[in-house]
Design a protein around this ligand. Structure first.
Ligand code: GLN
Length: 485
């Protein structure tokens, strides 16, 4: 029996697996067949895992044998190429790690496997997650399923495109400044950046450790909640995980939004943004209003400084994290006559231009004489941004706005202009600096290209995001549209 993954959600797959109308082997075969057919055009997957079908058969056998099964038992899922899977290649989209094989399973992988998910492969990404278009990958750009001439967003563009094109029902991504939400928005799928500390970063190839979070990309808000429930929770191997997260059970029934207070940050609806994006986001807020949500304007006064603070804070941490790639221990090694030469040659050959740019930026803002002017100043701004959210959340439960100021742009259009590329992150970066959870979900199309609504909530209050998001998806069907390709 062939299965159409285009209309299959994680929840739907789990239900059909449970009632016996489909097997995991059939699902994984369908996923691998869809990848074989569409990936040459999309370049969403870097590779698939050989053992996926065996894992699926084992999952079916376990279910048939009456063994205990987890909530994702038999469901195919993909992971971004910066999440370690034991025995599988993982490269963070970089030449320097091209032949690196994961030495252990990332915490999220351990948890996905425990929930029964079948990992089918790793998805393409900007090199070391640095980018907004998935064009900086060593494996070449990923394309947008809605228009193959356009970027899928980034850096988790492979995960977003894979879900949007029906190659897998869900995938994991990572988000340091928007890398889950922005590609979700540009590809018309749901993406969640959890609260900082909600999900363990153990086994994630670090970009900027105080900002990085792993989270799900899926077709529905319900699926994102199911995935989060599977991967979240304290982990002794990541000291920044929250030791006792609020009891978290995804509300699988939509409870409505009556009485939910929704704030519209003035700073998120600025001059110069794409009018079509503004109109669609405004329409989406009206859907919540008709459901009984109270809408009011709020202010995040320091939001306009977020991008500047991020582009000091992030490269500072990235330059430090990437110091471990020196040709000694991991990945590529280009031996020279002296130690410094080995470092230099390995990095020269192994890193692409965007990664080098950020290492240089980061080293500069941390250097003696400049750290006070740049790094410490940016940290102060970060605190002010966090306080803005604290203040806003005294008045409202959820903040609504756009995810991206524009729809997907043409491949190559911003590639040689890093500043313009960085500007595409203006709405997503604040959530990382403040550590709050944020969700992007499809809220319409402009000239055939998806637009995303972004919702923010208080730390550890993902439940309010799911409540609003599930209500919205019950009232609209943007998320059910399928990219024809
Ligand atoms: N696009 C942003 C950047 O280039 C965010 C990246 C990310 O979230 N990993 O830094």
């Amino acid at each position: 029996m062939s299965v159409d993954l285009n209309n299959l959600t994680v929840a739907g797959a789990a239900k059909r697996l449970a009632d016996g109308s489909v097997t995991s082997e059939e699902l994984v075969k369908a996923s691998l067949a869809a990848i074989e057919e569409k990936n040459p055009k999309l370049n969403a997957f870097v590779s698939t895992y050989e053992r996926a079908l065996d894992d699926a058969r084992a999952a079916d056998a376990r279910r048939a044998g009456g063994g205990e099964v987890g909530p994702l038992h038999g469901v195919p899922v993909a992971v971004k190429d910066n999440i370690l899977v034991a025995g599988e290649r993982v490269s963070a989209g970089s030449r320097i790690l091209e032949n690196y094989v994961g030495a252990y399973d990332a915490a999220v992988v351990v948890r996905l496997k425990a929930a029964g998910a079948i990992l089918v492969g790793r998805t393409n990404m900007d090199e070391f997650a640095m980018g907004s278009s998935t064009e900086t990958s060593h494996y070449g750009a990923t394309r947008n399923p809605w228009d193959a001439e356009r970027v899928p967003g980034g850096s988790s563009g492979g995960s977003a495109a894979a879900v949007a094109a029906g190659l897998v029902p869900a995938a994991l991504g990572s988000d340091t400044g928007g890398s889950i939400r922005q590609p979700a928005s540009l590809c018309g799928v749901v993406g969640l950046k959890p609260t900082y500390g909600r999900v363990s970063r153990y086994g994630l190839i670090a970009m900027a450790s105080s900002l990085d979070q792993i989270g799900p990309l899926a077709r529905t808000v319900e699926d994102a909640a199911l995935l989060l429930a599977a991967i979240q929770g304290a982990d002794p191997k990541d000291a920044t995980t929250v030791s006792s997260p609020d009891a978290f059970v995804p509300a699988l029934e939509t409870e409505g939004v009556k009485g939910l207070r929704v704030g519209l940050p003035r700073e998120f609806f600025v001059e110069g943004m794409d009018e079509r994006v503004k109109d669609l986001v405004t329409d989406a807020v009206r859907v919540l209003e008709r459901g009984g949500a109270e809408i009011r304007e709020v202010s995040l006064p320091h939001a306009p400084s977020a991008l500047a603070a991020y582009y000091v804070n992030m490269p500072a941490e990235a330059s430090s994290n990437l110091g471990r790639f020196d040709g000694m221990r991991y990945g590529l090694s280009m031996p020279g006559a002296r130690l410094e030469e080995t470092y230099g040659r390995t990095r020269e050959e192994g890193f692409g231009p965007e990664v080098k740019r950020r290492i240089l930026l980061g080293t500069f803002v941390l250097s003696a004489g400049y750290a006070d002017a740049y790094y410490r100043q940016a940290m102060k701004v970060r605190t002010l941004i966090k306080r803005d959210f604290d203040e806003a959340f005294k008045e409202v439960d959820v903040l609504a706005g756009p995810t991206s100021p524009s729809v997907a742009w043409k491949l190559g259009e911003k590639f040689d202009d890093p500043l313009t590329m960085y500007l595409s992150d203006i709405y997503t970066i604040s959530a990382n600096l403040a550590g709050v959870p944020a969700l992007s979900l499809p809220c319409g199309f402009a000239d055939g290209l998806p637009v995303g609504l972004q919702l923010h909530a208080r730390p550890l209050d993902e439940a309010s995001l799911f409540r609003a998001g599930m209500f919205y998806q019950a009232k609209t069907d943007w998320h059910a549209r399928v990219a024809e390709m």
